[in-house]
Design a protein around this ligand. Structure first.
Ligand code: NAI
Length: 727
């Protein structure tokens, strides 16, 4: 605690200090409590300023604390805030940079709040499956009203200082020295009555149409939540502030907080947060890792093919301020690609402008569209995004190998093709690497980074670093058909199709998975991305094609169950939204609103009759178990083969690229939460009933983990390593 005496009033300055973000650990809270107590009893102190060390107020509670044995060992955050609020001396929060979560709750306990114009405030606990548990749900509505507090608390969004001032969260904004300004404010208000400044005793602002507002807010929260508990619990806590006196509201908040803490969803979200953060620390089976490989700078990149993927990749590179050469095969495609890229970037420039940032797309040298391969001579890295056709890709890589400078990295944006086969056509296989972006590539965060047999650690480090600059979450994975994400989709999609053969419907399956937490059911996703994409791949694999159509195409390929349903739909021109018909019907080609299609139901019924399938009622549990456990089962296989280095990698891929609900932690975490022995028993049951579906046979790794007593996810990798080192 430092003191500043000016005239009659001495202002004590308390700095929250726990670098880098001044999180509120047990030790920090203890120090804050002691300093506030000192200030309270020191007769020379007339007012107090609370600020954060190193120009940051506080990023809130230390999330590791929730699962730490230290929880409960020191003063609670709520009790420290209570001490601050009840003080007889004015307490002024000087908010620099950020006051988030518990940090903002401390500031709300203060009697005045002053912030720097660049500061951000917010209560993001909901994003970690929790709610503000130190009075935030009771104080914020008393300060700014229920509707605004609901919006902030149920979404967890960050609020910039200017908006926080408008809402009344802060009292003043400053452009210069926030702490100095807070000391002035403290001096000014010293001696003034504090009663009206204590949020705990403030009346909640009431609106005439409050009931309707509350109802509307609840509908919105429920619609977005899809099985995610925290937004609704946040809602309930804020609603309590409307009906209950402060102390009772605090008790309700506590009760809801503890419920969420024990729900498993908060654990899943914290797991997902750390899993994602750890992806930067990749290690290869060879021992090479992020520690041993330095990325090379990319001064200029190129993208080949400006279709669905290429245009988004170009936009992401430009956004990251990497100059790009964008190449197409003919003028028509080039102009279409240029138009799309400029439209994406125009939207982005507007968004950035609103946040006082600049994106000058016209900057000379930033973006060059061409048909001429010789323009690629001096680029440092090329991303190929042409058709998913091995022959076409090989032709391009052969050309690149001769045209590009020897040190240039050559990346392929393939969905499933063999990186080694593509690399082998070049004279620099160590510089060849897979970069699997997701559609739309300028928005989706995931980037699977696939190393081939010869890919150098420098190539991986460079692509990971470039991906990060592009705002992507890179996950390093091994080479196999479909890599991690698309490979796991194969058994999952098979189950969807088998289930509708057996009597379920696309509507039922979509509903079950949406209620589980996916934003969109799998058949709706399939209609959106186009059934023809998978059809083309299956044709290349020889799974379907020349022999079809038959009136009753066989339901097996080489003795293994295979559903021809998606192929038949494609043969009928039902590619999904793009043709106006797929698993659902749309009002026109390109239409977006799905409607159940009676034709499809008649067709399914005829199909089942033709194959003598006894239709049965399929429960929601069976839908979820067969789809999700077969997905996780493939994950165990991928893990045991070393294609994914750890379960966290699989989960990060699924959350960020495949719409897996974050509050379920990812398929591997989910399997561990359900219980590995349960997953194993269910898979065994379904495999016995369906001996012609090998993907339901439990993976040996899953069986071994169950035999070991189902260790937690964090222990699986070391078990796999020890198994593989014995081989
Ligand atoms: P697309 O068909 O939309 O675009 C491919 C583009 O490449 C076309 O504009 C075409 O004119 C151009 N092209 C073809 N040959 C060329 C050549 N020799 N030189 C220059 N340009 C050439 O394909 P899409 O969907 O963008 O896919 C591209 C790659 O990305 C594929 O390997 C695909 O598997 C992969 N991918 C696709 C995803 C998707 O959702 N569409 C998701 C992730 C990966």
């Amino acid at each position: 605690m430092a003191q500043y005496a000016r005239g009659a009033a001495a202002v004590a300055v308390i700095r929250i200090c726990n670098p880098p973000l001044n999180t509120l650990s047990v030790k920090t809270l203890l120090a804050l409590q002691q300093e506030v107590k000192h200030a309270n009893i020191d007769p020379t102190v007339k007012a107090v300023v609370i600020c954060g060390a190193n120009g940051k107020f506080s990023a809130g509670a230390d999330i590791k604390l929730f699962s730490s044995p230290d929880l409960g060992n020191g003063p609670s955050l709520a009790s420290v805030i209570d001490l601050i609020e009840k003080s007889d001396k004015p307490m002024v929060a000087a908010i620099e940079s950020l006051a988030l979560g518990g940090g903002l709750e401390v500031a709300l306990g203060c009697h005045y709040r002053i912030a720097h114009m660049q500061a951000r405030v917010g209560l993001p606990e909901v994003t970690l499956g929790l709610l503000p548990g130190a009075g935030g749900t009771q104080r914020l509505p008393r300060l700014i009203g229920v509707p605004a507090a609901l919006e902030i608390i149920t979404t967890g969004k960050h609020i910039r200082a200017a908006e926080a001032l408008k809402l009344g969260i802060i009292d003043e904004i400053v452009e210069e020295n926030t702490v100095e300004a807070a000391i002035h404010l403290a001096e000014r208000v010293s001696g003034q009555p504090l009663g009206p400044r204590r949020l705990c005793s403030k009346q909640i602002p009431r609106l005439p149409n409050m009931e309707a507002i509350i109802e509307e807010a609840l509908v919105k929260v429920k619609k977005q939540a899809r099985g995610f508990l925290a937004p609704e619990m946040c809602f309930q806590a804020v609603e309590a502030s409307l009906h209950l006196p402060f102390e009772e509201g605090i008790r309700k908040e506590r009760e809801l907080f503890l419920f969420l803490l024990s729900s498993g969803q908060a654990t899943a979200l914290q797991y997902a947060f750390f899993a994602q953060r750890n992806m930067e620390k990749w290690t290869l089976p060879s021992g090479a890792s992020w520690k041993t490989a330095a990325p090379r700078p990319i001064q200029r990149a190129a993208v080949i093919g400006l279709g669905t993927m290429g245009r988004g990749i170009v936009a992401s590179l430009v956004k990251a301020k990497v100059p790009v050469v964008a190449l197409e095969q003919d003028k028509n495609h080039l102009e279409q690609g240029r138009g799309a890229v400029m439209a994406f970037l125009g939207g982005e420039a507007l968004r950035m402008q609103q946040n006082n940032q600049m994106l000058d797309v016209q900057k000379p040298g930033l973006l060059h569209f061409t048909l001429d391969f010789s323009s690629l001579r001096d680029v440092d890295l090329v991303i190929e995004a042409v058709f998913e056709d091995m022959a076409v890709k090989k032709e391009i890589f052969h050309k690149l190998s001769t045209i590009c400078k020897p040190e240039a990295f050559l990346c392929t944006n393939t969905s499933c093709l063999d990186i080694n086969e593509i690399a082998a056509i070049t004279r620099r296989p160590h510089q060849v690497i897979g970069t699997h972006f997701f559609a739309p590539a300028h928005i989706m965060k995931l980037l699977e980074v696939i190393y081939g047999q010869h890919t150098s650690p420098t190539a991986i480090a460079t692509v990971m670093s470039l991906g990060k600059a592009m705002g992507k979450i890179g996950v390093v994975v091994g080479n196999c058909f479909g890599f991690v994400g698309n490979r796991m989709l194969i058994p999952y999609r098979d189950q969807m199709n088998f289930l509708i053969e057996e009597g379920s419907t696309p509507e039922e399956i979509d509903k079950a998975l949406e209620e589980f937490g996916f934003k969109m059911g799998p058949f709706l996703v399939s209609d959106l991305s186009g059934l023809d994409v998978g059809w083309r791949i299956r044709k290349e694999q020889g799974l379907t094609g020349a022999r079809l159509p038959l009136s009753t195409p066989p339901r097996h390929r080489n003795g293994i169950r295979y559903s021809p349903l998606p192929d038949i739909l494609c043969e009928k021109g039902r590619y999904g939204q793009k043709t106006g018909k797929g698993w659902y019907q749309y009002d026109k080609p390109g239409g977006r609103v799905p409607k159940s299609d009676p034709w499809l139901h008649y067709f399914l019924s005829d199909y089942r009759n033709a194959h003598n399938i006894m239709t049965r009622t399929i429960t929601q549990d069976e839908i979820l178990e067969r789809c999700l456990y077969s997905l996780a089962n493939e994950g165990f296989q991928i893990l045991s083969e070393g294609i994914a280095s750890c379960p966290e990698a699989i989960d990060t891929v699924y959350i960020n690229g495949y719409g897996w609900p974050r509050h379920r932690g990812g398929p591997m975490f989910y399997a561990s939460q359900v219980g590995l022995s349960t997953v194993l028993a269910k898979l065994q049951k379904y495999a016995e009933a369906n001996p012609d579906i090998p993907s339901l046979q439990p993976c040996p790794l899953l069986q071994k983990l169950v035999a070991l007593g189902s260790p937690p996810v964090s222990k699986w990798s070391s078990f796999v390593e020890s198994q593989n080192s014995k081989l």
